[in-house]
Design a binder for this molecule. Structure first.
Ligand SMILES: Cc1cc2nc3c(=O)[nH]c(=O)nc-3n(C[C@H](O)[C@H](O)[C@H](O)COP(=O)(O)O)c2cc1C
Length: 186
């Protein structure tokens, strides 16, 4: 079993990466091999909106999106984690979603990756109310829906502006670990 864990924060060692790391620790304890990637360190260009991929199912641009698609095809589990930026997913994640259009089932009813993978959506924010994080979870699950990925895990944490805000929240750390540990049972 392989998991591809996509961190959409530009901060490779930020809060989103920290909490995703706890989910990964749980996955690894369950025997899942996890690959962690940070979109902020990748070279993924904007979608040009040319529509060519709707005929060819391949983007005309050659960049790190090619590797991402290969990793997605190989993974059994796809985790996508985003901090809230202006009440929404990060720009990096929006570009990644746009560039996934060749895989989208809205083109002809089929997806460009094998269906039936397990999806986990993760949202992190500094503010205290959960509504904004819920919007992020729904955006990620909307993406999963168009790729035939079954959403089986959700994780949200609020009130996190710095690592110091997370490391004292043992119950949320345990929840993250437990999500990774039990994802194959869900
Ligand atoms: C450009 C920017 C916009 C942000 N917008 C929001 C926001 O709208 N709501 C919120 O609760 N937090 C917002 N934050 C705070 C982040 O969501 C929060 O600090 C998060 O823990 C950052 O995660 P990271 O360390 O993985 O990047 C924003 C942070 C940045 C840099």
């Amino acid at each position: 079993m392989k998991a591809l864990c996509i961190i959409s924060s530009p901060q490779e060692s930020g809060n989103t990466a920290y909490i995703t790391g706890k989910i990964i620790e749980g996955m690894e304890a369950a025997g899942i091999r996890a690959e962690k990637v940070c979109l902020g360190s990748m070279n993924i260009h904007y979608c040009r909106g040319c529509g060519i991929c709707e005929k060819t199912r391949r983007c005309v641009q050659r960049d790190d999106m090619d590797t991402m698609i290969e990793s997605m095809i190989a993974a059994n589990i796809i985790l996508i984690a985003s901090p809230s930026y202006w009440g929404d997913i990060t720009g990096q994640l929006k570009v990644f979603f746009d560039r996934s259009t060749p895989l989208c089932n809205a083109i002809n009813g089929t997806t460009g990756i094998p269906e039936g993978k397990t999806g986990i959506a993760v949202a992190v924010r500094r503010g205290r109310s959960p509504g904004e994080n819920m919007h992020i979870i729904e955006s990620i699950e909307h993406y999963f829906g168009h790729l035939g990925i079954a959403p089986k895990g959700r994780y949200m944490i609020e009130g996190v502006g710095a690592i110091a805000d997370i490391i004292c929240r043992q119950e949320k750390i345990d929840e993250a670990y437990g999500l990774g540990l039990n994802i194959l049972k869900s």
